[in-house]
Design a protein around this ligand. Structure first.
Ligand code: MF3
Ligand code: CO
Length: 252
């Protein structure tokens, strides 16, 4: 069963999304060569809790921090540490926020100082892949349309599509049904309904789609060592399309 959120639930998810967005904005301002990922994690923790919210990743299946910080060839689930950001890095920051029992989930990849054209290309097209998928979201549309558009856009731009990790429904739980792969066939899959809330999150690689898990049992990195980017929004399905709950749109 895929949950349909009522008006009251949507209100709470909007607030969880708003705080998620503001946390991203705050971290973005703090990203610079020399800062450690642990310092970013602390800033996120302090802000989220100051807003009456909880960072949902903290202790999730034993995860030891409030946010994920994945640098360069790290795809997702990088654990904040004493590693300092250096000029030319890209860092994917993934944030989960709970407000009164409802979750938001959002990720973005940011440059540290000046980065190569290749990394700019990767970030720009991973973000656009998310938006290409979102264009397909609306009541009555099939979920496979979202997946296939993301894949198609990624392949057109010669980017590797990570297959082992997927987007998901989100609400009372961080991970709800349905799974939302970043690849698939148009006109297949479940039918989207007004009131569903989804976390859509392409993870695209400059090189191979192949990944592996580091010994810390969390960090996922690319097999060829080339960089990876990740963009994710929590969205509400509407009659006409969708509303981004973790973007500026909901913070105007
Ligand atoms: N944001 C991730 C997702 O969408 C969850 C992070 S896993 C955690 O699935 F353990 F770090 F919480
Ligand atoms: Co997610």
């Amino acid at each position: 069963m895929i949950s349909i959120k009522n008006e009251q639930e949507i209100k709470l998810m909007k607030e969880a999304g708003r705080i998620n967005y503001l946390t991203h904005q705050l971290l973005k301002k703090n990203i610079r060569p020399g800062i450690t990922t642990k310092e970013l994690d602390q800033i996120a923790y302090d802000f989220i809790t100051s807003q009456g919210c909880t960072p949902s990743f903290l202790n999730y299946e034993g995860y030891p921090a409030s946010i994920c910080t994945s640098i360069n060839d790290e795809v997702v689930h990088g654990i904040p540490s004493n590693r300092k950001l250096v000029n030319g890095d890209i860092i994917s920051i993934d944030i989960g926020v709970i407000y009164k029992g409802y979750h938001s989930d959002s990720a973005a990849t940011y440059p540290v100082g000046t980065v190569t054209k290749e990394k700019e290309y990767l970030m720009e097209h991973t973000k656009q892949a998310l938006y290409e998928g979102l264009k397909e979201v609306k009541d009555g549309a099939k979920l496979g349309n979202v997946s296939s558009k993301i894949e198609e856009y990624a392949h057109r731009h010669k980017l590797g599509v990570v297959e082992e990790l997927v987007g998901h429904g989100v609400g009372k739980h961080l991970h709800e049904k349905p799974d939302i792969p970043n690849y698939g066939k148009y006109n297949t899959g479940i039918v989207l309904k007004e009131g569903m809330t989804l976390a859509i999150e392409p993870m695209l690689n400059l090189g191979t789609k192949r990944i592996y898990l580091l010994d810390d049992d969390w960090t996922i990195i690319t097999q060829d060592g080339k960089p990876s980017a990740h963009f994710e929004h929590t969205v509400l399905v509407t009659k006409e399309g969708y509303i981004i709950l973790t973007g500026e749109e909901s913070n105007g």
